[in-house]
Design a binder for this molecule. Structure first.
Ligand code: PEP
Ligand code: MN
Length: 340
């Protein structure tokens, strides 16, 4: 890290910083400019940086402390330059192919899940999504079918061969879910649930990590780092809209944030235009825009009968609309040098 001294810092102030660094066993390099002095701290161990920076900031003539390395390591391009594809089932997300994950918001019945799976598979989706444990804003809203939902997802996988992804909401579910599904999803509401992140870091299944709607890209990447640092680098980031002042849409799909994430990390990044917009009318446009912006795939809610959905019907595509979208996805993918 670099310690930036205030313009009027005296030699005594500078020596005080150096003493602190020496006391902690770090080396230092002093650069005296016309206006300011900069002190480089050398050899600060990873785990101590934040605390050391906070303590140095309390010294009288220290203006700023600038970290040199990113606060995330395993997921950063500093650690691994080239994109590292992450497979769900046999499909590598983050390669040349655009990966589409689709299915209902919630698993509601065997028939609904199998019908949705057949429809999305026929249109070219490579992973089936469906929530069995639903983290609903209202405790009175449909909470998901739990275990029974997993049975239906497994039936749908059996019928179609599509790998399945479902959300995990509690550390107590992790082991059992990981044994039954092909990928685990951490929802936007749980992006800051660090115990849950550590727990999914200890399983071998790929993790789809949604961005919290009030999380910066840096916080999202640090959440991914929790999973990676616990031993699981199979992470797919999913931008699903952030909260802004705009009320025309449910959230605001942050395409520049997605592009920043792509630059910062080697992990695949996908977009969820369904939760971002909240309306099926805007899902196609945002799905295509995300792919044009460099997304490695999209996650789209598709329901055989959106008007009967128990959750997120207004943003769910009918199978017919999804089929039409996939044709456009193919065109945009090709236009940006990818394939479907
Ligand atoms: C979901 O994908 O079903 C979901 C609840 O999304 P999010 O966590 O992004 O709100
Ligand atoms: Mn949903």
């Amino acid at each position: 890290m670099i310690i930036v001294m205030t313009p009027g810092a005296s030699e005594q102030d500078i020596q005080q910083v150096i003493k602190r660094l020496e006391a902690r066993g770090y080396g230092h390099h002093v650069s005296r400019g016309v206006e300011r002095t900069l002190i480089g701290a050398i050899g600060t161990p990873e785990g101590e940086k934040e605390a050391a920076a906070e303590q140095l900031l309390r010294l009288p003539a220290v203006e700023r402390v600038i970290p040199i390395l990113k606060p995330y390591k395993f997921v950063s391009r500093e650690h691994q330059r080239a994109p590292l594809p992450v497979k769900i089932g046999d499909f590598p997300f983050g390669g040349t192919k655009i990966g589409v994950i689709a299915g209902p918001c919630s698993v509601e019945s065997r028939e609904q899940t199998v019908d949705a799976a057949r429809a999305v598979k026929a249109a070219g989706a490579v992973v089936l999504r469906g929530g069995a444990y639903k983290p609903r804003t209202s405790v009175y809203a449909f909470q998901g079918l739990g275990e029974r939902g997993l049975d239906y997802l497994e039936s749908a996988r059996g019928e179609t061969g599509l790998p399945i992804v479902t959300e995990v909401t509690d550390i107590r579910q992790v082991e059992a879910l990981a044994a039954r599904v092909d990928a685990l999803q951490i929802g936007a509401r749980n992006m800051h649930n660090f115990d849950l992140l550590k727990e999914v870091g200890s399983v071998r299944k790929p993790i789809v990590l949604k961005r919290g709607w009030a999380a910066t890209v840096g916080e999202w990447l640090r959440a991914a780092e929790y999973i990676a640092a616990s031993g699981n680098l199979n992470i797919i980031l999913c931008e699903r809209g952030i909260r802004t002042y705009e009320t025309e849409t449910r959230f605001t799909l942050d395409l520049s944030g997605l592009a920043v994430a792509k630059m910062e990390t080697h992990l695949p990044v996908i977009a969820d235009p369904s939760h971002a917009t909240g309306t099926h009318k805007l899902v196609p446009q945002m799905a295509l825009a995300a792919i044009a912006a460099g997304a490695d795939g999209v996650m789209v809610e598709v329901h055989p009968h959106p008007d009967q959905a128990l959750c997120d019907g207004p943003q769910s595509l009918t199978p017919k609309r999804f089929m039409a979208l996939m044709q456009d996805v193919r065109k945009v993918a090709e236009a940006v040098g990818r394939e479907l």
